[in-house]
Design a protein around this ligand. Structure first.
Ligand SMILES: *Cc1c(COP(=O)(O)O)cnc(C)c1O
Length: 334
């Protein structure tokens, strides 16, 4: 926790538009500490989207709360109508995941939260630089996590994360929580974690952050090319194109499509040397029954038979993208 960390935290806060950024060991710890700093109490429910990493639910769990997964909307983000039906007297907060580098319709979520006196936290692990109505992912609620896991758009060398907040009290608590509850004098003032962002990682991230806007531009160009090539293919449903919706600025952490005959398509692409991924190993959070989830979410269940992520990275050329599109067209044309 030397100068490089302080510099990175300042630059990250400036880039996102958050008042404070706190480097932590990973986004999962970060989200847990965000709930703890926000005063989540044992047994309080936090509504999350079932299409997220289990980490979102685990963060709620380890902060003492109860994660309540709800349905996924057509844009693969939390379904606002489904949040409404999940609200109970025990609900404390809504924690949308800004998935695939896209920010939810935060006007609708913030309005619903205000109406029911709920707090909002964000899992913005995948959404650094993403915006809704010009406002950065991770700056809408009380606090949010960002991940620097190497597979994320801004990846570090191992694990890393940050918490964004606009609240000074949460910020001050996070500084204690990430470092064993120790204050600047060395006195221990609360139960904390060992969850620091190493100075070396911070230096690496601060350097990479300078190029980040260019990285986002390239990813959006890849998305545009996929749109151009596959927009009329009726067997696939593509994410919204970069310029399709004025409210949204997406950074395309992933390019997650819906596909007919998903598994056969994945196998076919593999036979043509195109690697694809299915997020979360193909399971939504509520489908992990061993964790005690009992929710019945048929829309998400159906969606999870159709999801597939096409290559989206900084190594892929326009020629590669065209090849992937050709393969998909060939598959459905057979
Ligand atoms: C990657 C990811 C996380 C966890 O991030 P870590 O830094 O590995 O803890 C949490 N939520 C979502 C949506 C993610 O994609």
């Amino acid at each position: 926790m030397q100068k490089d960390l302080v510099d990175f935290e300042r630059n990250l806060a400036a880039y996102t538009g958050a008042k404070y950024a706190v480097g932590v060991a990973n986004a999962t710890d970060g989200l847990q500490m965000a709930f703890q700093a926000g005063g989540l109490k044992p047994g309080e429910e936090v509504i999350i989207c079932s299409h997220t990493m289990v980490a979102t639910a685990a963060a709620v769990h380890y902060a003492g709360g109860v994660p309540v997964p709800v349905e996924t909307g057509p844009d693969h983000l939390i379904d606002v109508a489904s949040i409404k039906t999940a609200i109970t007297p025990r609900t404390r907060a809504i924690c949308p995941t800004q998935l695939n580098g896209r920010t939810c319709d935060m006007d609708a979520i913030m309005a619903l939260a205000a109406e029911h006196k709920l707090e909002v936290y964000e899992d913005a692990a995948q959404a650094l630089g993403s915006k809704f109505n010009g406002k950065g992912a991770g700056t809408f609620g009380r606090a949010a996590c960002i991940s620097f896991y190497p597979a994320k758009v801004l990846g570090c060398l191992g694990g890393g994360g940050a918490v964004l907040t606009n609240e000074e009290e949460i910020y001050t608590k996070l500084l204690l929580l990430r470092d064993h509850g120790r204050d600047h004098t060395g006195d221990v003032v609360l139960w904390g974690l060992n969850s620091r962002l190493d100075n070396l990682e911070a230096a690496y991230l601060d350097f990479q952050l300078k190029d980040y806007p260019g990285v986002v531009t390239r990813r959006r160009a890849i998305a545009s090319l996929y749109q151009q090539r596959l927009g009329t293919c009726r067997q696939v449903k593509l994410p919204a194109a970069p310029d399709a919706e004025a409210d949204h600025f997406d950074i395309f952490q992933n390019y997650e499509i819906e596909a007919e005959q998903r598994t056969a398509l994945k196998d076919y692409l593999k036979s043509r040397e195109v690697g694809t991924l299915i997020q979360w190993g193909g399971k939504a959070v509520h489908q992990f029954r061993k964790l005690g989830f009992t929710q019945n979410l048929p829309i998400t269940d159906a969606l999870f038979t159709r999801l597939l992520m096409l290559p989206m990275n900084m190594a892929i050329s326009d020629e590669d993208v065209n090849y992937v599109a050709d393969c998909i067209v060939d598959f459905y044309g057979r």
